[in-house]
Ligand binder design. Structure first.
Ligand SMILES: Nc1ncnc2c1ncn2[C@@H]1O[C@H](COP(=O)(O)OP(=O)(O)O)[C@@H](O)[C@H]1O
Ligand SMILES: [Mg+2]
Length: 266
């Protein structure tokens, strides 16, 4: 059964989409089967993975609002083993349209239950809001990755996000965990970047990924070509960072899986 990981931070421009696209591509390159769910109406993950938004007729929106078959919303990408459920600008209005739906916080969860056995990892790219779609993502998820941009006020707003996670844990999804805090756009030449890493580490300790994502222009160029950085420039720092992150996540979850197996065998 695939592990569902949401990428969330209500701050925009911190690297949620960049991480979703490139972590997904790296996991797939490491022979995992991966599904990206684009839950942001801006649809940057969809276009960044080569989806032509004018060509698709079934997106996350149709699955949520029209109860379209989730299988009809799954599209393949240029990376073997990496599929995507694209977003659509109509998703902006979905939160209001969903107010009439029963169990409206669990729509995405119920939808993904039908396909989670087909994948090793499902990554949900959230929008910069803590609205109903993001609540759906966090309700569906096993864990959440919180990208934190290395800049002044990096931790601003994190308290609000952690509070939302706490409420979702208590009301909707008791097993939701924090997969990790991920430092993004790290510039090792700047003392500030190191100070922010230390500060995040002091607050969240072992929940901070060892891997940091450095600032790298290839990461901002590749979405314009509709491909992940690993296809755009496999030797770039951005590509290597995301590969390291994928390995860190696979290792972390292998330890957990083994622990679960051992407990089961006791
Ligand atoms: N490590 C990085 N190096 C260089 N540019 C980056 C990096 N991460 C993100 N960017 C750029 O910063 C902008 C915001 O990133 P994005 O992933 O879209 O953030 P979010 O999804 O949180 O809004 C984008 O233009 C993206 O290309
Ligand atoms: Mg985004």
């Amino acid at each position: 059964m695939g592990k569902i990981i949401a990428l969330a931070n209500q701050k925009g421009g911190v690297g949620k989409t960049t991480t979703t696209i490139n972590l997904a591509a790296s996991l797939a390159t490491l022979e995992k089967t991966v599904l990206v769910v684009d839950a942001d109406p801006q649809a940057n993950a969809s276009s960044g993975l080569g989806i032509d938004l004018n060509e698709i007729d079934c997106s996350l929106y149709e699955c949520i609002i029209d109860q379209a078959d989730v299988h009809d919303a799954v599209y393949t990408t240029d990376i073997n083993g990496l599929d995507i459920i694209p977003s659509h600008i109509d998703l902006v209005g979905a939160e209001i349209e969903m107010l009439n739906i029963k169990n409206r916080e669990r729509v995405v969860k119920n939808m993904l239950e039908q396909i989670r056995d087909d994948y090793d990892y499902i990554l949900i790219d959230c929008s910069p809001s803590l609205g109903l779609i993001t609540v759906n993502a966090l309700t569906a998820a096993d864990s959440v990755i919180i990208p934190v941009q290395c800049e002044y006020f990096a931790l601003e707003g994190i308290t609000k996000l952690l509070n939302t996670i706490k409420i979702i844990k208590s009301k909707l999804n008791p097993s939701l965990e924090i997969e990790g805090f991920l430092l993004t756009m790290f510039d090792s030449r700047l003392r500030l970047a190191n100070q922010i890493y230390d500060e995040v580490k002091r607050h969240f300790q072992e929940l901070v990924f060892k891997t940091v994502i450095q600032r790298n222009v290839k990461l901002s160029e590749s979405p314009g070509h509709g491909i992940p950085v690993i296809l755009y420039d496999a030797d770039s720092v951005g590509s290597k960072n995301h590969m390291a992150l994928a390995k860190e996540i696979i290792n972390k979850n292998a330890t957990r899986d083994n622990a679960a197996d051992n407990t089961a065998n006791d």
